[in-house]
Design a protein. Structure first.
Length: 108
């Protein structure tokens, strides 16, 4: 529904249409709830598997701020094993990982 109203602009009055706004607070406006996303999409396991099969070098940032480099040799539900060339291998619990990023070049 459009309503016509009078507004003063300078000395002359002009007619401008009023259009109702159907925002969040407008009564009678039904907002559909978004469905809750699934807890697990299984994409994490597929991604870790592909990184391990290709032996892609990765950087893992830990919760306390350290960044470690290597490639993922093994993973399970709770942890990943990071294999490193010149340092000891690490078993890292997933709850301690902030993110995993690919480093680019394939491991030699």
């Amino acid at each position: 529904m459009i309503t016509i109203g009078l507004f003063r602009h300078g000395r002359a009055a002009c007619k401008m249409p009023f259009m109702p706004f159907h925002g969040q607070g407008t009564p009678g406006f039904a907002r559909k709830a978004k469905p809750t996303p699934p807890e697990d999409t299984s994409e994490e396991a597929a991604y870790l598997k592909s990184l391990g099969e290709k032996q892609r070098p990765v950087s893992i940032k830990l919760a306390h701020g350290d960044v470690v480099h290597g490639w993922i040799e093994y993973y399970d539900k709770n942890m990943v094993r990071l294999t490193r060339a010149d340092q000891p291998n690490l078993f890292i619990f997933k709850h301690e990982i902030m993110y995993i990023a690919e480093d680019g070049m394939r491991r030699k």
